[in-house]
Write a protein that binds this ligand. Sequence first.
Ligand SMILES: Cc1cc2nc3c(=O)[nH]c(=O)nc-3n(C[C@H](O)[C@H](O)[C@H](O)COP(=O)(O)OP(=O)(O)OC[C@H]3O[C@@H](n4cnc5c(N)ncnc54)[C@H](O)[C@@H]3O)c2cc1C
Length: 437
Amino acid sequence: MSERSRANADAVVIGAGVIGAAVAFELARGGRSVVGVDKGPAPGAGSTSASSSIIRFSYSTPDAILTAWESAAMWRSWADHLGVVDPDGMARFLRTGNLIFCTTGYDGSRIMELWEELGIPFERFDAEQLRRRFRGLDVGRYYPPKRIDDPAFAADATGELTAFYNDDSGYIDDPMLAAHNLAHAARVNGAELRFRTEVTAIEQAGGRVTGVQLSTGDRISTPVVVNVAGPHSGLVNEMAGVTADMRIGHHPLRQEVFAVPAPAGWSLEDGGPLVADLDIGQYFRPQAGGTLLVGGTEPACDELEWIVDPDDFNDHTTVEHWETSMLRLARRLPEFGVPTRPVGLAALYDASDDWVPIYDRSSLDGFFMACGTSGNQFKNAPLAGQFLRAIIDASAAGHDHDAEPVQFTGAVTGRTINLGAFSRRRAPSPTSGTVMG
Ligand SMILES: Cc1cc2nc3c(=O)[nH]c(=O)nc-3n(C[C@H](O)[C@H](O)[C@H](O)COP(=O)(O)OP(=O)(O)OC[C@H]3O[C@@H](n4cnc5c(N)ncnc54)[C@H](O)[C@@H]3O)c2cc1C
């Protein structure tokens, strides 16, 4: 065996998306020698590059809300969190506020109850207040969301909506740059990152991970491997042979997101908020250049596009999704002029059964996972890195995280986040059953 092929590391992180880079960063600043391995060309070039990078707090469980709230503080003071300034530029948090419509099956009562309990500020709006505050908004109730070939698609509203609003929400202006920033900070703390290199096998002996094999022919000996392979993480878990004791499944799910001209009142410059609208089955948010980003919220009428091989899916937008998104948006924002040409992307979530991520150990000692991020964990990357470090440190100290889940104390609120909420062996969480989590 050559010297090169016998490299050692305290930990190998598979994947350098925004969460993989955060895990590498936290393990490196905790004093471990870390090698990050990514088969793509650069940090965040996988599903992170397609992210809408929305930062909001509207989850269904206290642990999920606290995770997003604590992470938001890190995004707001990004350079302080990283401890370095990336010479290639720093991702920025842009505050827009978040308007959330209350509709059938998503009345917001649980979220508002939790926000009150956790001290997250919000306002409620009735239909008249919504009309006064947000220009050109149709506040009609159209539930349920419909396909455009449904004769009821153009039916009149059956009533009017109420909504609630949090002013602290927003988005990160460049998700791939955010991953680059984390990768830079990991390197400054001594991590080595290898790109265009695939992990092809997980080595193990006596019920413990011992190393990884790489597509380059090299192998790295290590007692800790973290699977942060995004939509490929199910394949990596299978490679490691750790799926048998998992009670929560996670699979690649295809999504399309479009960029369209923002109508007056809804651009970033106008102070337009990001909007969660499960009444029509869409979310939208402003972004630079006077445009809106528009994505879906998995309404029951839309077939979910599960993908078997994450390296083989249609990564172009389709006419069907484009027309559906545009006509749905036109119901809510009637001044919106449907553009003649689609601009958008198709990408993959790694969606878990209950739309809650898995941040956990596995049945194989030394093998950990941060996966099932369900289209809603970009915002939580900074804390996800710290969660994995806490679980890995506890396991190294002999703690049984399965029997007694690690409790994490949030730096901002001082509250406890039960990391058992993200266990691979949890009973499915009671969530919205959509990307809203
Ligand atoms: C369209 C879209 C919109 C989204 N919008 C939001 C949003 O508004 N807000 C929010 O919070 N979240 C959102 N998300 C979710 C969020 O972006 C993801 O949860 C997050 O980016 C996942 O990061 P990751 O590092 O886990 O995975 P990825 O970014 O997918 O990185 C995984 C990496 O693993 C590498 N890899 C895979 N297999 C191997 C292997 N065998 N060996 C080596 N490398 C490997 C890949 O090359 C890839 O770079 C969205 C996601 C998508 C797709």
